[in-house]
Design a protein around this ligand. Structure first.
Ligand SMILES: [Cu+2]
Length: 127
């Protein structure tokens, strides 16, 4: 899957008022991303947020391996639950919910302001 982290300056004051993954604030709160517990996940993450120098992704209840820039075959970080990206940075997350209870697992920016303004959502683990 692909997640593009972005923000929107809705009143043209040079600061973002809304944050999102894939452009729609809170979209995956209402419509969680369904993932099967027996399938390993690969998430291509890209930060195109303007006005804020850093954005981030934090995953609840689980850990992922991270391939910074997606340019190596071995992960550059192993077993982490939060990753930060500078503007225009990208990378690849790999994780699995194998053995987890079915249900909703949250992900969101690790800047609480971004999360409160739209950059949060759920994976829904199904068997
Ligand atoms: Cu959280």
């Amino acid at each position: 899957m692909v997640m593009i982290m972005n923000g929107f300056d809705t009143n043209f004051d040079g600061d973002n008022e809304v944050y999102a993954a894939n452009s729609i604030a809170f979209a995956y709160m209402n419509e969680p991303i369904k993932i099967r517990s027996d399938q390993r996940q690969r998430l291509y993450l890209i930060n195109v947020t303007e006005f804020d120098p850093i954005n981030s992704l934090h995953l609840h209840a689980n850990f992922f391996d991270y391939y910074d820039h997606g340019t190596t075959l071995q992960p550059t970080l192993k077993t982490v639950d939060t990753i930060m990206q500078c503007q225009a940075q990208r990378g690849i997350l790999e994780f699995s919910f194998e053995g987890f209870e079915p249900g909703r697992y949250m992900f969101h920016a690790h800047q609480s302001e971004f999360a409160e303004l739209g950059w949060m959502g759920f994976f829904e683990v199904i068997n």
